[in-house]
Design a protein around this ligand. Sequence first.
Ligand code: CMP
Length: 144
Amino acid sequence: MVSKTFLMVKPDGVQRQIIGDIISRFERKGLQLVGAKLMRVTTELAEEHYKEHKGKPFYENLIQFITSGPVFAMVWQGENVVDITRKLIGKTNPKDAEPGTIRGDYCLYVSKNIIHGSDSEESAVREISLFFNEDEILEYNKDI
Ligand code: CMP
């Protein structure tokens, strides 16, 4: 079934100027970019987005890191998009991420793992609504 997911290039990915490569990987797979913006994440938004991690040892660093510079927030659409994007992104910890995945190719540390992707359909709906207004998500012209 066609659905949507939320992906976000984190401050390390933006700083390293690999937004283009990341977008290419998803486009090449056949997924559609239906929403995108370069933005700063406020502390309030970061805390809401990562609320399931509150209390974990890495939580404070995570909030500090995600608010430290611009992120590139995206909504992608396609068949099984949550599962497919998670496969293309790779395991959370780059030491376990396979070569050929984004994290397998680009990073070494779990605290700076380049990109976030929703982990379920429910998370995707929640995260999309946190970062995007409805009118910022577009449909493609099917006649072209
Ligand atoms: P992300 O997919 O954005 O979701 C939560 C983030 O917490 C995760 O990617 C990691 O970047 C970050 N994080 C930092 N330290 C850890 C850790 N020890 N275990 C899991 N996630 C961590």
